[in-house]
Design a protein around this ligand. Structure first.
Ligand SMILES: *[C@@H]1O[C@H](CO)[C@@H](O)[C@H](O)[C@H]1NC(C)=O
Ligand SMILES: *[C@@H]1O[C@H](CO)[C@@H](O)[C@H](O)[C@H]1NC(C)=O
Length: 869
């Protein structure tokens, strides 16, 4: 078992000493670990662990006494993050972190051995491949990435298992405290508590500490498709991060299986969940994905996805450090996960989940105190009942005797028209402001000053809505303080919310509960207050009671809006150079204003004058606009308390292009610079003058992936990039690429087989030329998966060490089209040196020093080699 030597041996509790030792071992004997057992992809370390655990246990014991759960978690968190970034394949990930986790798990095993449960540890090193349609089409190949699976079950064994998943690997250059070390720390302590529990569990739990998630979900795929325990898994709970700290939110559950939501509702101590989040996430607007997808699509297992969402500004940056995660966050996450797992492993439903499989749940929490949850069917009935009540209420008015009913309907139609028009005009106006800000080069001013977006776009939107209705009141209706008009505009809001309620319900969306609340509560309030309103109009008493009646749906709605901004504001810092952030932000603020103002519109008609409020909003708008246009609100910040870093990728690259004859056609080197956001290098150039638009590159359409070493297939998101000439890179272990064989198959295709030996991360790009296409290959399920532009991207990675990568594809050439002079296909391979000496060069070091403190340049070394056949 090859994990035993480097990982399980050693007597030091001091982790950093271990690091030095292991690194030294690694460099002196690079092949030992793989040579120990090259064929087995999965090895059971249990026996070996027993024999070495004693010394660990004795050495560490004093540390464990008299500490509480969250401080214990914090200690794990600090230990895991102390080794720094943990990209797949690095000794930090594969040796040190694995070693630390195994050591802690062994401590738990020994400590709880006398109890009711047994604990089995398995280190799996799976190899596999899959394709998913994430990021436009994406194929992955992994070789010997790491999973630590811990099976906890009653001493007699268990037939059904729950899976709890976290990952300990990170992206390059980030310590990954919240993403996802803290979850692994929490899982260790949850394991500890469950193992130690005096009442035996009914079912088992597999705690999966997965070591390759940032590599786009590879390790979870390895577990769920290959591990012998996988087929006993009935449901899973996945702990992720899209931010740093704060509360963890349930952002998706299912598919179907309402009993999982019920388990969360019953058990979670500090619930934080809404079905809106789930439906938004599953619509694909948010450009990220979690292991949830793998378990759902490749394992057919339902589950709960939990993630920290606050402060996404520093997610995947060097600022994701353990000191930014409050102990409260850890405690809350631990309480929740322990309670939910404990509930599920004693649940009857886990054993026979197929019986409870069908149906969806509407669920949402109210102020984090209680979760309301009911089956979607009940929701549909409820929604239609509320809609019916609204139509009854309106119908009653429309059927007034004489021509009063007809007049009411006509007025309602006109008023609805005015309201919708006011919203449309408002949105247009705010978008014009957004365009102006963009043209002035002040994009993303709200990135570090969020309130400024409300002051600018919010005041513009609110002012415009009020202005239009004031004009309508004065010019069109020609009255003031009219309570029949007030009533009418209340009905307009009700009608529009009700339409969206019916529409969302018809679409089968559980999120329809939001308009349901926004109809039911105002309607009930209005009916209850009808008398008061009739006698006294908008008296103080009426206004206060009205606000109270609206409080519950509004508070919930405001909270949803807060979540939207919490998520989307930071995403604008990493959504590429093509999406204009001002348009997104202005639209979001305007929509929020429209939604929030809806049930207050009628106050405009009840009020005598709106002069003061318009003046106020106008001044706020003008002042903010002046501030923004003078550039007084800088988007980024390097302040240690609340950093708002600008994300930049720097890849020191050497490129070689071969022609059809195999000769080197061109060869160059440079720093390839990619901005993550719309402001590009605008703010960087003043600090580093040579990074300016004179070195902007453009896409070479005749080269795979534009001829640049893309690490992810996101060239459609970041079309602007820069290439600063630099000396050649010379990694210690350069890529060895060769064509092993080329043969005509009996069925008329050309089969080409290649071998590649290189660093832990490589990308393979395939671009069939005109008149040729890929028919099959050795990846995924054999069907080539192309991306948005019709090219093929294969993400390769390996763990600590791996044999040569062999792959093949078959290419079909169409006889009756003219042959492309460049051959039938371009194949390019690029390497990414993410860690160790190979990841650094003098030029990178020099330029990194010159980046301002508000920037987060993430750098590594790459090569790109292109061949034509
Ligand atoms: C384990 O159980 C013992 C006895 O029930 C208890 O004193 C101890 O605090 C428990 N430890 C943990 C980590 O729950
Ligand atoms: C722009 O960059 C190029 C190459 O990096 C450099 O030679 C030139 O001086 C820069 N221009 C300015 C105005 O700094």
């Amino acid at each position: 078992c090859h994990c035993k030597k480097t990982i399980c041996q050693g007597r030091l509790c001091d982790f950093l000493a271990e690091k030095q030792r292991a690194t030294a071992e690694l460099t002196s004997e690079p092949n030992r670990t793989s040579a120990a057992n090259p064929t087995s992809s999965s090895c059971f370390c249990k026996e070996k662990m027993n024999s070495v655990s004693f010394s660990y246990h004795m050495g560490c014991l004093p540390l464990f006494t008299l500490v509480t759960l969250s401080s214990q978690c914090r200690r794990h968190l600090e230990q895991i993050t102390s080794v720094g970034p943990r990209p797949v394949g690095s000794p930090e990930n594969e040796v040190l972190t694995v070693g630390y986790l195994l050591e802690q798990i062994e401590n738990i095993r020994v400590e709880t051995a006398a109890g009711h449960h047994q604990l089995t540890v398995d280190v799996q090193r799976p190899t596999g491949t899959f394709s998913i349609d994430f990021l436009g089409g994406f194929t992955s190949f992994y070789d010997r990435v790491t999973n630590i699976a811990v099976r906890l079950e009653p001493k007699g064994g268990a037939q059904h298992l729950m899976l709890a998943n976290c990952h300990f690997d990170t992206v390059a250059n980030s310590p990954g405290a919240s993403d996802d070390a803290v979850s692994c720390a929490v899982m260790l302590e949850v394991l500890h508590s469950l193992a130690n529990q005096s009442t035996p569990l009914h079912h088992g739990v597999v705690f999966l500490f997965n070591g390759a998630e940032e590599n786009i979900l590879q390790a979870s795929h390895g577990f769920i498709t290959q591990h012998p325990w996988a087929e006993q898994v009935r449901a899973f709970i996945n702990l992720e991060a899209a931010g740093v700290g704060g509360k963890e939110v349930v952002f998706q559950t299912g598919p179907e299986n309402p009993w999982l939501v019920q388990a969360y509702v019953h058990a979670a101590k500090h619930p934080f969940a809404s079905v809106v989040g789930q439906e938004v996430f599953q619509s694909g607007i948010i450009p990220s994905d979690t292991d949830f997808r793998i378990y759902r699509d490749f394992g057919n297992i339902p589950g709960i996805d939990l993630a920290f969402i606050e402060n996404g500004f520093i997610y995947h940056t060097k600022y994701d450090t353990s000191d930014r995660i409050l102990t409260d966050s850890i405690q809350r996450a631990g309480d929740n996960i322990l309670a939910v797992l404990r509930y599920l492993v004693t649940s009857e439903k886990l054993a026979d989940s197929s019986e409870y499989r069908h149906g969806n749940m509407v669920f949402f929490d109210l102020l984090g105190v209680v979760v309301v949850a009911y089956p979607a069917r009940v929701g549909t009935i409820l929604n239609y009942m509320v809609a019916a009540a609204t139509f009854l209420y309106l119908a009653k008015k429309a059927s007034l005797p004489g021509n009063r009913g007809g007049r009411y309907l006509r007025d309602l139609a006109y008023a609805t028209g005015i309201a919708v028009l006011s919203w449309f005009v408002t949105l247009m106006l705010v978008l014009i402001v957004a365009l102006l800000v963009t043209l002035l080069g002040r994009s993303m001013f709200w990135y570090n000053h969020f309130y400024a977006s409300i002051c600018l776009y919010g005041s513009a939107a609110m002012g415009k809505i009020i202005l239009i209705h004031t004009l309508a009141k004065n010019l069109y209706y020609g009255v003031s303080g009219d309570f029949i008009l007030g009533d009418l505009y209340f009905d307009v809001s009700l009608l529009l919310w009700c339409c969206s309620l019916v529409w969302l319900t018809q679409q089968g969306l559980c999120s329809a509960y939001v308009p349901m609340l926004m109809v039911a509560f105002p309607l009930a309030t209005k009916l209850l207050l009808a008398k008061e309103f009739k006698h006294r109009g908008a008296s103080l008493k009426y206004s206060v009671l009205y606000l109270l009646g609206l409080a519950l749906p509004y508070v919930h709605f405001m909270f949803l809006i807060w979540v939207v901004f919490e998520i989307f504001t930071p995403i604008m810092g990493r959504s590429g150079t093509e999406i204009p952030p001002e348009v997104v932000m202005a639209s979001l603020v305007t929509l929020a204003t429209i939604f929030i103002s809806s049930f207050f519109l009628h106050f405009i008609y009840l009020a005598r004058s709106t002069k003061w409020i318009l003046t106020g909003l106008g001044s706020v708008f003008i002042l903010t606009f002046l501030f923004v246009s003078c550039g007084l609100l800088f988007p980024y910040s390097g302040s240690p308390e609340s950093p708002r870093p600008k994300r930049v990728f720097l890849q020191h690259t050497t490129r070689t292009f071969h022609d059809l004859q195999g000769q080197v056609e061109s060869h160059d080197s440079g720093l390839w610079i990619n901005s993550f956001d719309f402001t590009c290098i605008q703010h960087v150039t003043p600090h580093i003058p040579e990074i300016n638009d004179s070195i902007r590159t453009s896409c070479r359409e005749d080269r795979p992936f534009c001829g640049y070493p893309w690490f992810l297939p996101v060239k459609f998101l970041s079309k602007k990039n820069w290439y600063l000439p630099a000396p050649e890179v010379s990694p210690g272990a350069p890529v060895e690429f060769s064509l092993l064989s080329r043969e005509e198959t009996r069925w008329g295709t050309v089969k080409m087989t290649f071998s590649v030996k290189g660093p832990s991360h490589m990308s393979l790009y395939l671009m069939p030329h005109r008149g040729a296409s890929l028919s099959t290959w050795s990846f995924g399920d054999g069907t080539p998966q192309f991306d948005l532009s019709g090219e093929y991207f294969v993400f390769y990675s390996h763990g600590l060490d791996a044999p040569t990568w062999i792959f093949w594809f078959e290419i079909q050439v169409y006889r009756n089209t003219d042959v492309c002079p460049e051959g039938m296909i371009s194949v390019a391979i690029s390497s990414h040196y993410f860690f160790g000496e190979d990841s650094r060069t003098a030029q990178l070091e020099e330029i990194l020093h010159r980046f301002p403190t508000w920037a987060f340049p993430s750098s590594w070394v790459s090569t790109y080699d292109m061949y034509r056949y």
